[in-house]
Design a protein. Structure first.
Length: 117
């Protein structure tokens, strides 16, 4: 699996329906995603203030990401093929239909990385 990558997905979700999102994610979305994709884990903000530093620290006007999940793929081609089909499956569509605020995603960032070892 020398072409193996991980996809790190960061979301900044709006505050007004964040708790409803948290419940939906924990009860419906995360279990299904973990059963159908190679999800390493799924993290939700726990209320601890972020630490931002560096020589030019900039925080988005939308705030810091409050949702992160990481998916392992065999390759970017595998990701391109499987992600779209998984997200368009009838099972995911049924879970998505219960989303408390599908327009609450203020910002989404997906990064693709490889292990160094």
């Amino acid at each position: 699996m020398s072409d193996a990558i991980v996809e790190i997905r960061d979301y900044t979700f709006e505050a007004a329906t964040f708790e409803a999102y948290r419940q939906w994610a924990i009860e419906l979305a995360v279990p299904w995603l973990k059963a159908n994709l190679d999800v390493i884990d799924f993290w939700i903000d726990c209320g601890i203030e972020p630490e931002v530093s560096g020589s030019n620290p900039l925080v988005s006007a939308n705030g810091q990401p409050n949702i992160t999940w990481i998916i392992r793929w065999h390759s970017i081609e595998d990701r391109r093929e499987r992600f779209a089909s998984t997200m368009s499956s009838p099972e995911w569509k049924a879970i998505w239909a219960q989303h408390p605020n599908e327009n609450g995603y203020l910002h989404m960032n997906a990064r693709f990385m490889q292990a160094t070892n």
